[in-house]
Every structure is written in C-alpha cells, then in structure tokens.
Design a protein around this ligand. Structure first.
Ligand code: NDP
Length: 327
C-alpha cells in the first residue's frame, strides 16, 4: 500500500480522495519509481475536479508529471537510485500518475533528470514549463527572431505563461504579457515582460484583421483570444497555440493566414517524440534563468492538492504549483 490521490467513478459519482492505495491499481511498466514531487497543471485540475473528461480509466491516480528515484527496474536504461522525470504520455489520464508515493511507468516515457536541475527545479518547470519551451522552439522553427518585433504571451500569470515569458526575455525578445489579474502585473514584469495588457482586450469577438502588432505569440487561452491574437499578428507572424483555458472553440476567419501569411503552430507536449523532449530539456537548461524558478513556483503538500486544484481552475494560482509527495 502507498499514499496517493485516487479518482474513482461509479454509481456513487465522480470523486477524488487522498487515501492508502493498493499496488494493484498501478498499471504495467518496467520501472517503479518513488515519487518525490509532482505538480498541479491545468489538466490535473480538470482531472481532480472532474470538470472535463480528462480521466479515461478508473480508478486513476492523477498527476501528469513527476520526478523521483527508481526503486526497481527491468530496463537496461535505468538502475535503482537513478532520478528520472516524466511528463505526459497519458500518465494521470489513462495510466496512473504522479500524485502518489509510487508510480510504475514505461522506461521509454522517462528522461533522466537533466544535470542542470535539482529534482525540485525540474518539477517547478514540469509539464507547463516543458510546454512553454516547446512553444518557444515552435516560434524559432518558423523563423521568429528577437529583432523582428514583440512577442505576446497570454495567460501570463499561469504556469505555461510564466515560464514562456522567462525564457523569451532571457533570449532577448521584447515580451508583452496578457493577464486578467491586475495584482499579478508586477510579478509578470519581474519575469521579464516589458508590458502587461488586460485580458479584456482579447476575449471578446473581434475583427477578422486588426492592427499588425506581434511578430510571435504563445497562446494558452484559445477561443476569441486566439482568434484576436491571429488577427493582430504582423505579416508572416507565428502563433504557437497550446491551451484552451478560455474555450476549445476557435471563432476565427482565414484572413490572417491567407492575407498576412500568419502561421498557426499547434503544440502538444503529451505525445512529443523523445528526441524533441531531450532537446527541450537541454534548451531549458540553457535558456531558462533558474533563479526565476524561485519566483515562479509555490509548494504545497500532497494533502493540500485536492483543495488547490479548484483554485487553479478558478485562475487563482500564480505560476507553477509544486506538490511535495512526502507531506
Ligand atoms: P494555469 O492555470 O497555470 O494558467 C492559465 C492562466 O490562464 C491563468 O493563470 C490565467 O492567467 C489565464 N486564464 C485563466 N482562465 C482564463 C480565461 N477564462 N480566459 C483567459 N485567460 C484565462 O494553466 P497552465 O499554464 O498549466 O496551462 C495553460 C493551458 O495550456 C491549459 O489549457 C492547459 O491545458 C494547456 N496546456 C497544454 C499542453 C499541451 O501539451 N498542449 C501542456 C500544458 C498545458 P492570468 O490570470 O494571468 O490571465
């Protein structure tokens, strides 16, 4: 038995509770891990509260990322005592995840803890920070350079937004954040944003084409915000879209794409191939100022995770929420 959060769904309804979990709940895998830290991402909030059908197999341990020490391994790649990092691959959705003392995973899904980071720092980055790096890499891949103009980052006070702003400003981009929380403007500027715009400028229906403003953009919001961001891109600008906190719809026209040559680059971290994962972690080690992680993350114990999941969905959490599994 081990301690963890278990999500169950049966005739009594959908519920998440901290409890002693039987080993039989774990699925097949060739590596067993003693989890040190997991985190709360937006998707974990949806899974724990049941607000969206993120969990597709029950009972389920939530937690889409984790760092921990290998306890037992049938893989030639990992030995007991190695520290490993996991993000994505459906863990916490269809395969039991990180919000528990023990995880059993496939070795192919793991990456060794990057040398530049402590286990805690790796999870302060976690899925959201890893995704922020993938978004920056997508902008670069499509040719966005720091001397071409401003880069917009929506959901600036959240996990993906905070890390994206830190990386972009470190790389010399002039970054403009978008936030719905005036009380977080100083925090967002402290990460490197030159300006912070109000969310209200973006979240209502807008024109097919607006004034050309952004050379690049990272959007976590979707819906009208993504449509308005696309409409206000400069000629040949690039938008990396990874999120849906404002809605899954995309009420846009083709005008920005066919008249201004705008590129909309989709970013998915879950099934991201291993070579790109390793590249993203290398880039994080090089391009993220680790001192910013202190500002970006807050820490809670596993026993607080269920309560904080609701606050995260309500948009009340700043940056990244690290979960210490030992308390
Ligand atoms: P967080 O909850 O940490 O941050 C989201 C931020 O978005 C909030 O802090 C808030 O920032 C802003 N926000 C919240 N609600 C709304 C709203 N209704 N309209 C506009 N803005 C809003 O989430 P994450 O950063 O972890 O994730 C962000 C999104 O990216 C989620 O949709 C998540 O599912 C997605 N994601 C996708 C991944 C992928 O692989 N494609 C991987 C990781 C995340 P502020 O108050 O500053 O405006």
């Amino acid at each position: 038995m081990f301690k963890g959060i278990l999500i169950e769904k049966d005739e009594d309804g959908y519920r998440a509770a901290l409890k002693e979990i039987d080993e039989s709940v774990l699925h097949e895998g060739d590596v067993t891990i003693r989890v040190a830290y997991s985190t709360l991402n937006y998707k974990d909030g949806l899974a724990i509260t049941g607000k969206s059908p993120v969990v597709r197999s029950f009972p389920m341990i939530p937690g889409i990322d984790l760092v921990g020490k290998v306890e037992q391994s049938d893989s030639a790649d990992y030995r007991p005592g190695d520290t490993v990092v996991l993000t994505g691959w459906g863990v916490g959705e269809v395969h039991p995840g990180g919000l528990a003392e023990r995880a059993r995973l496939k070795s192919d899904w793991l990456v060794p803890l990057p040398k530049a980071f402590s286990p805690k720092q790796a999870m302060a980055i976690g899925t959201a920070g890893f995704t922020a790096m993938l978004c920056v890499m997508a902008l670069e891949r499509h040719g966005v350079k720091s001397d071409q103009g401003d880069v917009l980052v929506t959901g600036a006070g959240g996990g993906v937004g905070s890390v994206a702003i830190s990386i972009l400003s470190n790389l010399g981009y002039r970054v403009v954040g978008v936030s719905g929380r005036p009380e977080e403007v100083d925090y967002i500027k402290s990460l490197g944003a030159a300006e912070v715009l109000d969310r209200g400028e973006f979240d209502k229906p807008g024109k097919p084409l607006a004034k050309e403003r952004w050379a690049g953009a990272i959007d976590v919001v979707g819906s009208h915000t993504l449509a308005n961001v696309c409409a206000s891109m400069r000629y040949r600008g690039v938008v990396a879209a990874c999120g849906l906190v404002g809605g899954m719809d995309f009420p846009a026209t083709v005008a920005p794409f066919i008249l201004r040559g705008v590129t909309l680059a989709g970013v998915d971290s879950v099934m991201c191939p291993k070579t790109e994962r390793l590249e993203a972690w290398e880039r994080l080690a090089r391009d993220l100022d680790v001192s910013k992680l202190e500002q970006i993350h807050q820490e809670i114990g596993l026993s607080e995770a269920i309560e904080v999941a609701g606050k995260l969905l309500a948009g009340e959490v700043r940056g990244r929420m690290l979960v210490d599994i030992s308390r």
